[in-house]
Design a protein around this ligand. Structure first.
Ligand SMILES: N[C@@H]1O[C@H](COP(=O)(O)O)[C@@H](O)[C@H]1O
Length: 195
């Protein structure tokens, strides 16, 4: 299976996914695309010998449709079977989501359905939760709302800040996302849970 990975930033999840797609893994990366020119993850992908592309959203202003048409045109040139959103920070419309329906995944830094959206760790701490974590889900029109295919949990310590918690959750993301992708690429949607 061919996998296109969409990023906006440092791309640590992209690296974890790409590094996992070797040997008997059923998938291979075919493109790393960023909406942010110069995003740190682009250089990392090039160093791994993966094709990269930039579709900058800024010239499109408020015209999401035109931005997404350019995005779809560039992605489909790589003919991916699966799309992985990995720290891709643009909200996608139903047009884009329908085009890749049933073959697009996202990683979100909370135990969904809790804390959809941003600032997930700060909100978990503020709520007095005992646990935090991350989730990989299928992407549907509901933001962070699609079927959850995997979760990883960490305990919240009394002196945790959003930053210290994020530092402990991110390595769990790097374990969870490749595991879910390997299963998804063989058609296995059974949810998994890591600790
Ligand atoms: N959506 C969130 O954005 C962050 C991206 O990190 P990276 O993969 O760009 O390093 C990760 O925490 C991910 O869950």
């Amino acid at each position: 299976k061919r996998v296109a990975i969409l990023i906006s930033g440092s791309g640590s999840n992209m690296v974890a996914l790409a590094e996992s797609m070797v040997g008997y893994h059923p998938a291979r990366p075919c493109l790393v695309l960023s909406n942010v020119p110069g995003a740190g993850g682009l250089a990392k992908a090039e160093a791994m010998g993966i094709d990269t592309a930039v579709v900058d959203h800024r010239p499109f202003g408020k015209d999401r449709e035109a931005f997404e048409a350019a995005l779809i045109e560039r992605i489909d040139r790589a003919a991916p079977d699966i799309i992985c959103l990995a720290g891709f920070m643009r909200i996608l419309t139903p047009v884009f989501i329908t085009h890749y329906a049933g073959r697009m995944l996202n990683i979100h830094p909370s135990l969904l359905p809790k804390y959809k959206g941003l600032n997930t760790h700060a909100r978990a701490i503020a709520a007095g939760d005992e646990e935090a974590g991350c989730s990989v889900h299928e992407v549907t029109a509901e933001l962070d709302g699609g079927p959850v295919l995997g979760q990883a949990r960490v305990s919240i310590a009394p002196d945790d800040t959003a930053e210290t918690l994020a530092k402990r959750v991110l390595p769990m993301e790097h374990r969870l996302y490749p595991e879910v992708l390997a299963r998804f690429a063989t058609g296995d949607r059974t949810p998994i849970s890591l600790r």
